[in-house]
Design a binder for this molecule. Structure first.
Ligand SMILES: Cc1ncc(COP(=O)(O)O)c(C=O)c1O
Ligand SMILES: [Zn+2]
Length: 391
């Protein structure tokens, strides 16, 4: 059970790079993607061997980048909950919620940062830095602490309090800026060389995406070797979407799935929906969204570096893109809690808003298998929840 990582490849110009160096973007500015020896991986990553493996995302070791012991807190293998009651109300028989709120640090960001910190440590990084909408910062702080590395985390001043507290608790340095994640990104980029930080910013670092693709692998296992018809994913930077799409191609190369892929649906908040707008216009990339505002703080990304890859995944898969207002999001969050007992982050509730809309339009058929991702725990958003429950 070891990695088969062979090199990195630019997602734009296809230039290749060695895997054993600390790298960020390609010289052309494109994000780098991990490539594996899939023939070798197919020999040992099989349905039979998976049965014997630990219930964490590192069970897919051949298709993950760690060359030694990973920096882990037990991330992954989150429950896939059959949401029967909520599904019935939406006219769907097979609605599932993948509950990523049960990861260490309370969000799916644990997967990406476990992979990124593992690799950064292996390759000799001295201090890790990231801009964040909130949850990625909390996850970086925790995994950096676990790795024994210092971290600096730059977040908008109005990021949910829970995120700042968890970063400080883990001993990270926190910088709060009046602005959005895009301003935080500039702050890190301007200082990293001078300060000797290794930047683990979304898609500027090659391995967060590798951790996140395991959200797709697990659903394949949990549905007994099938992929769902539809995947609904709340999209900010888009790493989850891009990662799962890449992961499905790898599963196919290993002979573990056929040619059929899920239709990939991006969900964004109405107050920040650059990918939805670009999808509707038929554009290949998005435009910067001015005055981005939503309680779903993880979706407050006005322009994603990998927007072209998100749009590619939506289009290649026959998917679509949907926006939901903050009001719709919190109403749906309450429905999910009351019908199924899942206390979701607003980002996760947004995914359920999209399911409801698409089922109503007939875009999702009553008997299709639908997986919506609740990407985080409601416990991190108590002020929004306080309002929603009216206290
Ligand atoms: C809870 C939550 N959901 C979704 C997202 C968006 O993630 P991605 O970058 O994979 O699009 C974030 C990002 O901060 C988040 O915190
Ligand atoms: Zn390139």
């Amino acid at each position: 059970m070891k990695t088969t990582l062979t090199h990195l490849e630019c997602s734009r110009c296809k230039k290749t790079y060695p895997e054993n160096q600390l790298l960020n973007l390609c010289s052309c500015g494109g994000p780098l993607l991990g490539r594996y020896d899939l023939k070798a991986a197919a020999k040992t990553l099989t349905c039979a061997t998976l049965r014997e493996r630990p219930a964490t995302m590192w069970r897919y070791a051949e298709l993950l980048p760690a060359s030694g012991e990973p920096v882990s807190l037990g991330e992954g293998m989150t429950p896939l909950v059959h949401a029967q009651r909520l599904g019935q109300r939406m006219g769907l028989q097979q609605l599932y919620v993948k509950d990523e709120g049960l990861n260490p640090t309370g969000s799916f960001k644990a997967r990406g940062l476990s992979a990124a910190v593992t690799r950064a440590k292996e390759l000799g990084a001295k201090k890790l830095a990231t801009p964040t909408a909130g949850n990625a910062g909390g996850a970086l702080a925790a995994y950096a602490a676990r790795a024994g590395l210092p971290a600096i985390i730059v977040m908008p001043a109005d990021t949910p309090e829970a995120n700042e507290i968890e970063c400080r608790a883990a001993g990270a340095e926190v910088v709060k800026l009046d602005g959005l994640i895009s301003d935080c990104g500039k702050y890190v980029a301007e200082r990293k060389d001078r300060e000797g930080w290794y930047e683990v910013t979304t898609l500027k670092e090659p391995y967060r995406i590798e951790g996140k693709k395991t959200m797709g692998f697990e659903v394949w296992e949990q549905l007994d070797g099938q992929l769902p018809d539809v995947i609904i994913y709340p999209t900010g930077g888009g790493v989850g979407m891009i990662g799962m799409w890449k992961g499905f191609a790898e599963l196919a190369a290993l002979g573990l799935v056929g040619a059929k892929r899920p239709r990939m649906v991006t969900v964004q908040a109405a107050g920040c929906a650059p990918v939805v707008r670009a999808f509707e216009k038929g554009a290949e990339s998005s435009e910067f969204w001015e005055n981005a505002a939503t309680i779903a703080s993880g979706l407050r990304v006005p322009k994603a570096l990998g927007d072209f890859l998100i749009l590619q995944a939506i289009r290649e898969s026959g998917g679509t893109a949907v926006a939901a207002s903050d009001e719709e999001i919190m109403a749906e969050a309450r429905a999910l809690a009351a019908d199924e007992g899942i206390f979701a982050a607003p980002e996760g509730a947004a995914a359920l808003c999209a399911v409801r809309k698409l089922a109503k339009q007939g875009w999702i058929k009553p008997d299709e298998v639908v997986v919506a991702y609740n990407t985080g725990s409601g416990y991190k958003y108590l002020p929004s929840w306080r309002q929603a429950v009216g206290i």
